[in-house]
Design a protein around this ligand. Structure first.
Ligand code: MEV
Length: 306
């Protein structure tokens, strides 16, 4: 083994189309500048240690390391690792997928291998499934690629990088409480089973909004992109994956001047993104309400990925 070996991967925001993407509709996501790093070395494994409270005792971590090691031909019993993360877990910002891809990259480096993009996407999705059951693969795609892209799930997924006219100024806001993407995905699946036609209609409408928003992002029409985000949020609420906290943050962001605002990721709490020409006053308004709010620019090709 070539150790110590490190792997890094970025978090993500879904700009448009979360949840609908699990049902084959297109979505638009981007890597973000926050990420995490995994370092692996030789030891009695598989053991993966993370200091973040949410992850520290997570029994899935050794299983993740074992599967990543096996995938690149290492013996899991001989590998240990540590995680250093800048990503708040459980907020819909892609921490599970970033962990999966970073672990994979660290193991690949230890095995003296560099994985190609398609392998990273397929293996990243398989490893992410440890954290939530039926992922579309959009989160590991963002972790692996960074930048802004259109995504349709499948084997293999369709991943189309979007050459956006200019970086998108965003506020990312979230509170203290982690929530579960797996639970939100399962809740919508139960609703889809019970009311398939009604849910399908909302998913089709989401697909149209995602396509309109993708075109707006490419042409640099921030007003149209903001309108698409607002409409997507309305549809997400109708799908039952928003929450009172999310609705309050979205309303506050719009009052403070955002062009559009919505939940991002699994929803049911978690992070909200707001698009704004001048993001600082929007972030300040959200902080006054007690949230953490980061100002980031997303979409430059390769950002966040590695
Ligand atoms: C999670 O970031 C996005 C969801 O669409 C689930 C998935 O695509 O795997 C809710």
């Amino acid at each position: 083994m070539r150790v110590p070996a490190r792997g890094r991967a970025g978090g993500k925001v879904i700009l448009l189309g979360e949840h609908a993407v699990v049902y084959g509709r297109p979505a638009v996501a981007s890597g973000i500048p926050l990420g995490l790093t995994v370092e692996v070395t030789a030891g009695r494994g598989p053991a993966l240690r993370a200091d973040a409270p949410f992850l520290a005792d997570d029994p899935r971590l050794p299983a993740l390391l074992a599967r990543a090691a096996e995938a690149v031909g290492l013996d899991p019993a001989e590998v240990v690792g540590t995680v250093e993360s800048e990503l708040p877990p459980g907020r819909g910002l892609g921490s599970s997928a970033a962990l999966a891809v970073a672990t994979l990259r660290a193991c690949a480096a230890a095995a003296g291998r560099v994985l190609g993009r398609d392998d990273e996407l397929a293996l990243g999705r398989r490893l992410e499934a440890l954290f939530h059951g039926t992922p579309s693969g959009i989160d590991p795609a963002a972790a692996a690629l960074g930048g802004c892209f259109r995504f349709v799930c499948g084997e293999p997924p369709q991943v189309t990088p979007l050459a956006i006219a200019r970086p998108l100024p965003l506020v990312v806001a979230f509170g203290d409480a982690p929530r579960s993407t797996a639970a939100a995905v399962a809740g919508l699946r139960a609703r889809w089973d019970a009311e398939r036609d009604a849910v399908e209609t909302l998913l089709d409408a989401t697909a149209a909004v995602a396509e309109a928003g993708a075109a707006a992002a490419v042409s640099g029409d921030l007003d149209a992109l903001g309108a698409a985000m607002d409409e997507n949020q309305r549809l997400l609420a109708a799908l039952g994956v928003s929450s009172p906290e999310v609705e309050a943050l979205v309303a506050e962001a719009r009052r403070a001047g955002a062009l559009g605002a919505k939940l991002t990721g699994g929803g049911a709490g978690g992070a909200v993104i707001a698009l704004a020409r001048d993001p600082e006053p929007v972030a300040a308004a959200l902080r006054r309400g007690g949230s953490r709010a980061l100002v980031i620019a997303v979409g430059a090709v390769g950002e966040g990925g590695s």
